[in-house]
Design a protein around this ligand. Structure first.
Ligand SMILES: Nc1nc2c(ncn2[C@@H]2O[C@H](COP(=O)(O)OP(=O)(O)OP(=O)(O)O)[C@@H](O)[C@H]2O)c(=O)[nH]1
Length: 342
């Protein structure tokens, strides 16, 4: 029996829009589908891969760099072929692209893949409703990304009021050429919308039209003009614990240029030895508290992403946060806990 191609769904969207949240939602609610995952992060420590690891059998990580550039895409075909190898019982592959990748390059790559086991499963663009206006002002090219989407998730809907929800939904629908726009929070969407195998051929045909008319007609696609060309990342790893008050001071007065921070923090405060996952997106700040896996080293690993960063200042600022808190200070974690969801 000839097997239907495995749909490959690309999840794209600007830094911090909610791609990993969507991926985690899909992995927790697979509706019986076996999902293979490819994670491409910006920054040498692949925080996203750490976040989805343990939930899925087949995760492959592309590490640093953006998938959208041909030079960085080398190996993607091999990774996909590995996931779709004969005998694999994967039903769908989801690629979470870096928040700075240009999705057009990835769509093109998949359409041009010679692997008969793989089919283009569509592009899902995740939009951060709370940050969209600002992001668009700074990066007007985001509009182009939306044009190629098959489905747009207007995410973080809980962070905007109703009239803004309506305005943004209309705006995004217009930019996405009338494609469906679904309001979501934390990427919670009906997974069957993404995994519908029947829709794969149709999407491929539509995308092929795009590919000939627009994608391939625009082969220049200079990587130096991609969003990631203007961004840089700083990685920070430390085995000694972090002083919560010092970290909060750093976060309250972040060095200029930082847009996104993510990773895990190991605090030294007594009674707070759990894993605190940190996310900042623009002004947004959140910690999520979970248990460390048994084999996981208690250490802080952060990726800081921004434009025009003073990398030394970021590193020295974080290094200055290391140290045991004052043990007589019972409230050292108070500010952290204000921003924490368990
Ligand atoms: N309030 C709110 N927060 C959200 C929502 N979706 C995601 N977040 C939070 O936003 C932060 C970033 O979410 P991620 O899912 O990591 O975003 P991402 O697009 O994968 O980020 P990058 O890979 O760095 O580009 C996390 O703290 C999430 O918990 C949402 O709908 N509402």
């Amino acid at each position: 029996m000839v097997r239907q191609p495995i749909p490959v769904v690309i999840v794209a969207g600007f830094l911090g829009a909610g791609k990993t949240s969507l991926l985690n939602h899909l992995l927790r609610n697979p509706q019986g589908a076996r999902i293979g995952v490819v994670v491409n992060d910006f920054g040498k420590i692949n925080i996203d891969a750490l976040s989805v690891a343990g939930q899925v059998d087949s995760t492959v990580s592309l590490g640093n760099g953006c998938l959208c550039c041909a030079v960085d895409a080398r190996g993607l075909d091999d990774l996909l072929a590995k996931l779709a190898r004969p005998g694999s019982d994967i039903d769908v592959i989801v690629i979470e692209s870096s928040g700075l990748a240009d999705p057009r390059g990835m769509v093109r790559l998949l359409l041009n893949s010679a692997n008969p086991r793989l089919g283009y499963g569509g592009l899902v663009e995740v939009v951060d409703a709370a940050e969209f206006d600002t992001t668009r002002r700074r990066h007007p090219e985001i509009d182009q990304h939306l044009r190629f989407a098959d489905l747009v998730l207007l995410n973080k809907i809980d962070r905007v009021d109703e009239s803004d929800q309506r305005r943004l939904a209309e705006l995004v629908r217009g930019l996405a050429d009338g494609k469906p726009v679904l309001p979501t929070d934390h990427g919670r969407v009906d997974p069957t919308l993404l995994f519908d195998r029947e829709a794969v051929r149709e999407r491929r045909d539509t995308a092929r039209q795009l590919s000939f008319d627009e994608l391939l007609a625009d082969p220049v696609d200079d990587c130096h003009e991609h969003l990631h060309a203007a961004y840089e990342s700083v990685e920070f790893t430390a085995d000694s614990p972090v002083d919560p008050r010092a970290l909060m001071r750093f976060l309250d007065d972040r060095p200029a240029g930082i847009y996104r921070m993510k990773g895990q923090v190991h605090f030294g405060a007594p009674g707070h030895g759990q894993k605190f996952t940190l996310h900042t997106v623009g002004d947004f700040l959140r910690f999520h508290r979970t248990r460390w896996r048994r084999d996981e080293p208690r250490r802080t690993q952060l990726v800081v992403i921004g434009s025009g960063l003073d990398q030394d200042r970021v590193r020295s600022g974080l290094t200055a946060c290391l140290g045991e808190p004052d043990r007589s200070d019972e409230h050292s974690m108070l500010d952290v806990l204000k921003y924490t969801r368990s």
